[in-house]
Write a protein that binds this ligand. Structure first.
Ligand code: SAM
Ligand code: DTB
Ligand code: SF4
Length: 373
């Protein structure tokens, strides 16, 4: 069941949100175990393949070039480096890899060509590959799908009403357009939001209502709690209480019974008990590893202890959808063929020069040409 039509209005969702906490958790846990294995939690790893220097002004984000934070802008990581990190993540039990780039939008350039290659290689390792690269055209979405991308993450982050309070460099509709392009390409959609940015409860409900209105709501809904970072406009925002996260997870689970609800950023301030209630309420995924994109996350060993204490088991890949096939990427293939052709031409030219006994002119050193000595 994609949506729960009992809760497809703002009023019904608000009433649900305000239910006595344990009643709410009991209701969401009941739905959760009907649609999911309650012991399974997916470990997903994040790699920040392109960090910092982003032209957008998202008020929560330490990677925006508009704010002075500790994040230094870096170039796109190399394909080899990404694959090494992906192998390590797989070895540690992650079945999904999410590659994030601090881009406003994807551009058709060499960096994107490399991201396409990363997608092909990680998919061939048998992991679910997810990308979050900013806005995407329909052609770019098709190219990623062809390369074997499993999911695309593009968050609406809050309600349409609250959006302009946190971001001025793009509009809600821009996000919706990318979501549309992802949908048209057939890539699985991961889209959710952040709570604890100073929004009202109605804005949290508004975020879910945006997904309710979709013909095809997201298969994956990450719920992030704001990680307030020094230097960003939201640096002094008061941390939200764990039960607000639990409530948000519970209503998301009830409203979208078959989607995967992800307990995402903000786990560093949650006890094992609080996280346990999040899993009970319907979360079935975490980001594993001591760093999210740029901010801290619980250590791998702490999470292993938590899995042990709570009796959780890591979820295997492709339980909710088949592994995509990676097809040849024509742009990268043409580039490769051109490079091979050039290499052959160069080799031939060298051979011909040797045949003609061509001796390159030896240029005398500058010293020997001067009369200074
Ligand atoms: N640039 C791309 C974009 O904005 O879609 C991809 C990367 S962006 C960092 C991915 C998501 O990270 C954002 O949509 C937001 O939900 C989340 N995020 C960023 N900074 C955060 C913070 N300080 N606390 C919680 N979540 C955050
Ligand atoms: C999502 O919703 N949360 C993740 C993932 N999708 C890309 C990112 C969280 C980022 C938290 C801030 C940081 O580490 O920079
Ligand atoms: Fe850029 Fe994404 Fe951060 Fe916004 S959230 S500033 S688009 S990296």
């Amino acid at each position: 069941m994609k949506i729960n039509s009992e809760y497809n209005t703002k009023e019904s969702l608000l009433k649900l949100y305000n239910k006595p906490l344990l009643e709410l958790v009991y209701q969401s846990a009941t739905i959760h175990r009907k649609y999911h294995n309650p012991r399974e939690v997916q470990m997903s790893s994040l790699i920040s393949i392109k960090t910092g220097g982003c032209s957008e002004d998202c008020g929560y984000c330490p990677q925006s070039a508009k704010y002075e934070t500790d994040v230094n802008a870096q170039k796109l990581m190399s394909v080899d480096n990404v694959i090494d990190q992906a192998k390590n993540a797989k070895k540690n039990g992650s079945s999904r890899l999410c590659m994030g780039a601090a881009w406003r939008e994807v551009r058709d350039n060499r960096d994107f060509d490399n991201v396409v290659e990363m997608v092909q290689k990680v998919n061939s390792m048998g992991m679910e590959v997810c990308c979050t690269l900013g806005m995407l055209s329909d052609e770019q979405a098709k190219r990623l799908k062809n390369a074997g991308l499993y999911a695309y993450n593009h968050n609406l982050d809050s309600s349409e009403e609250y959006y302009s309070d946190i971001i001025s460099s793009r509009e809600y509709n821009d996000r919706l357009n990318t979501i549309d392009n992802v949908r048209k390409s057939g890539i699985s959609l991961c889209s959710g939001g952040i709570i604890g940015m100073g929004e009202k409860i109605e804005d949290r409900i508004g975020l879910l209502m945006s997904y309710m209105k979709m013909e095809n709501p997201p298969e994956s809904i990450p719920i992030n709690a704001l990680v307030a970072v020094e230097g960003t406009p939201l640096e002094d925002t008061k941390e939200i209480k764990s039960w607000e996260i639990i409530r948000m997870i519970a209503i998301t689970r009830i409203a979208f019974p078959s989607s995967v609800v992800r307990l995402s950023a903000g786990r560093n301030s949650l006890s094992i008990e609080a996280q346990g209630l999040c899993f009970m309420a319907g979360a079935s995924s975490i980001f594993a590893g001591d760093t999210l994109l740029t901010t801290p996350n619980p250590e791998f060993n702490e999470d292993m202890e938590m899995f042990d204490v709570l009796g959780l088991i890591p979820k295997k890949p492709f339980q909710d959808g088949a592994q995509p096939t990676s097809h040849t990427d024509q742009i990268n293939e043409n580039k490769k063929q051109l490079a091979e052709k050039r290499e052959k031409e160069l080799l031939l030219a060298r051979k011909n020069a040797e045949k003609l006994n061509f001796q390159p002119r030896v240029i005398k050193s500058v010293d020997s040409l001067t009369n200074d000595k």
